[in-house]
Design a protein around this ligand. Sequence first.
Ligand SMILES: C[S@@+](CC[C@H](N)C(=O)[O-])C[C@H]1O[C@@H](n2cnc3c(N)ncnc32)[C@H](O)[C@@H]1O
Length: 397
Amino acid sequence: MGAAAAELHDLYLPCPRGLEQVLADELAELGSATLRIEPPQSGGVAARGTFDDVMLLNLHSRIASRVLLRAGRSRVRDADDVYSLARRLRWERWFDARSTLRIDLSAERSQLDSLQFAALRAKDGICDHFRGIGQQRPDIDRANPDVRVHLHLNADSALLYLDTSGEALFKRGWRTEHGEAPLKENLAAGLLRLAGWTPQVVLYDPLCGAGTVAIEAAQIACGVAPGAQRTFAFERLRGFDARRWRQLRAQAEARRRAPPAPLFAADIDPRMVRLAHDNAQRAGVADALSLHQGDVMDAQPPLTLAPGQAAQIVTNPPYAERIEAKGSEADAFLPRLGDVLKQRFAGWRAALLLADVHAERALRLKAARRHVVYNGAIECRLFTFELVAGRPSRKPG
Ligand SMILES: C[S@@+](CC[C@H](N)C(=O)[O-])C[C@H]1O[C@@H](n2cnc3c(N)ncnc32)[C@H](O)[C@@H]1O
């Protein structure tokens, strides 16, 4: 391996809030000898790794939103300091002036007056850097840039990253239609991990919508790499090793297998069942997933469990305002769902993502674990219940 290939880069992998620890766990399991993972921070995980690791992370992380590679960092007091940082970095190492460019921006407790102006100055700094070495100014292309640079501003510093992913990693390349309120794929993958589900455990999502949770689970169970069906921004960077990339993809492809335990999903809306089926087909897991149409209130376990066989519901019920029936029927949704779980799914574990902090009271079930996770800007909780046989339902407290 050449010196450049062995070089370690500072990386940052943002993820939905609440999934930082499971992202760090996932990265540790990728089994890279060169990757060093730091303790999770709010909103992501920092790491150090080689360019090989960058490719591996993009291909295999189900929970990260992106893989950012740090180009430089400095303390800043104003937008001119952002310009100076951008101007002095050796961008030609990664791309040339003919590449089109886009600057993305994030900030946390930044003291700068205008974040947009700081981003503009970062762009000016990069363009002037190329002018300074006798090249043209790169053009900006917001829709389909060759290179994305990410500017992050915190309380006293600016960090400039190359975005090695391009489109966010939750875009796996199989979704064409969304249905109503779909979860992002990386949030679904994170929920499965938080819920403690593993491929040996039977999975059932009885409120599956577009099928995101069940399709992520099926891809995990079948050993399908989340990035197998898409391209990445790093493929357009200078020094990209196409041979090594083909090798990593081939190694990932060789891990495909039949799922060790069955996976089931259902929805009351036949259009959703069709959509989930089409999505599963595009995701290459239609054979691994049994889908049916039905009301969760009539649901029965889709199979009889063998002694010692573990089974789990992981689902994302509709928020109160989306339940078709309004008024008392909508209010009755969670209590009725709680009864279905208690009466028919004894011996199962159930993990429910809900935005209602009082959901346990409404379900009349006590959670064994609760995790706060953000579905976009919405604060939710993943409640995990151990459903034991024969427990009478409690009155709401
Ligand atoms: C919040 S969405 C689930 C979104 C899904 N996790 C996804 O990523 O696409 C809730 C789903 O529950 C379904 N639903 C509502 N009431 C139901 C019922 N009584 N039985 C089964 N499904 C129901 C809706 O049709 C909707 O697709």
